[in-house]
Write a protein that binds this ligand. Structure first.
Ligand SMILES: [Zn+2]
Length: 69
């Protein structure tokens, strides 16, 4: 499972009921340091928290499709 949380205000943005390594999400395509900065895994490594920016904190409109589809 993947949870999306705003890295600035902590607002919960949504979740994805699948593996965080799902190629659709593109998280495994990030460089190592980007992945470590954006993705936090729980102890079991099954739930990933992804820190992104919400509409309020983002200076430009966020493309939801990038993360949810
Ligand atoms: Zn925010």
């Amino acid at each position: 499972m993947v949870r999306y949380v705003c890295r600035h205000c902590g607002r919960r943005m949504g979740h994805f009921d699948g593996d965080w390594r799902d190629p659709m999400l593109g998280l495994t395509n990030l460089r190592q340091e980007e992945q470590e900065e954006l993705v936090t895994l729980d102890d079991r490594g099954t739930t990933a928290t992804v820190k992104i920016l919400c509409d309020h904190c983002l200076p430009v409109p966020w493309d939801d499709n990038l993360w949810y589809n």
